[in-house]
Design a protein around this ligand. Structure first.
Ligand SMILES: Nc1ncnc2c1ncn2[C@@H]1O[C@H](COP(=O)(O)OP(=O)(O)OP(=O)(O)O)[C@@H](O)[C@H]1O
Length: 253
């Protein structure tokens, strides 16, 4: 198999037991170059835990995680633990992260649509601005795999749609793969190639369309979720520049 055909990351037959609790059971998945794979599931399903296992931050009890040799990963955490009194600006935050190459910072902020916050204090950013800055930081090493833990957390619905569109654009422009965790069902379905539906074990997986028709998905999330998702998937396919909730035209990021 050539290097480009090889998965970037592969999780095989993983179980995880912590404090006598089985948190993950028989997990198998792989992520190909350029693919967007989203892990969805209810609260406590093990999504963040599975990301930690995939990133090598948590050793599985059984099974195996393999990463392509030399894989570069950019990680965007669920939230930044920040002392609200700490006067750190976006500029300083990103300069610290890129060490020797400060010339990268402004182009990255431009890529994520956040140049206007360059001089702002991190503590004053809106939810959406903060997520964009965290995304810029995750892109500093020009990763082959971008790992995003709930990237639209703390953002209103309009901002969520814009962020998911931005993530798709970043993938299209850079050709990087994206491994993303979300418990939002509606919006993320329109922005992903492949879905893993997790509830400690993998209930079902596949394209958004196939997963939303799977009885295991219906059992976990209920039939009303499917109705809403169908609207969002349809909207994304046919009205790329419109807001799925109000049909308002969205600006380009
Ligand atoms: N170190 C640990 N020891 C024991 N249990 C843990 C540990 N870390 C996490 N858990 C438990 O594992 C379960 C899964 O947690 P996890 O944070 O992975 O879920 P999640 O799907 O990301 O949830 P959410 O959507 O609420 O963020 C939870 O019940 C959590 O309490």
């Amino acid at each position: 198999m050539s290097q480009t055909e090889q998965p970037l990351l592969e999780v095989s037959a993983v179980d995880l037991v912590l404090n006598k609790r089985l948190l993950l059971e028989k997990i198998d998945f792989k992520i190909a170059p350029g693919e967007i794979l989203t892990i969805i599931g209810p609260n406590g399903a093990g999504k963040t835990t599975l990301l930690r296992v995939a990133l090598g931050l948590q050793r599985p009890t059984t099974g195996r995680v393999s990463q392509r040799q030399g894989l570069t990963i950019g990680y965007m955490p669920q939230r930044l633990q920040l002392d609200p009194t700490f006067p750190l600006t976006v500029k300083r935050f990103l300069f610290l992260a890129c060490k020797n190459d400060r010339s990268k910072v402004l182009p990255l902020l431009e890529e994520v649509g956040a140049t206007h916050v360059f001089e702002s204090a991190l503590k004053n950013l809106s939810g959406g601005e903060m997520q964009r800055v965290l995304l810029a930081r995750a892109l500093i090493r020009d990763p082959e795999l971008l790992v995003l833990d709930e990237p639209v957390q703390g953002v209103d619905v309009h901002g969520q749609i814009e962020l998911y569109q931005l993530i798709s654009k970043v993938r299209d422009r850079r050709g990087c793969a994206v491994l993303m965790v979300s418990h939002d069902l509606h919006l993320v379905m329109a922005a992903t190639d492949h879905v893993l539906c997790l509830n400690r074990h993998i209930c079902c997986s596949g394209t958004p369309e196939s997963v939303t028709n799977d009885p295991a998905f219906l059992e976990l999330f209920g039939p009303s979720a499917v109705k809403d998702i169908a609207i969002y998937v349809h909207d994304q396919n046919h009205h790329h520049d419109e807001c799925a909730t109000c049909s308002r035209r969205l600006g380009n990021d």
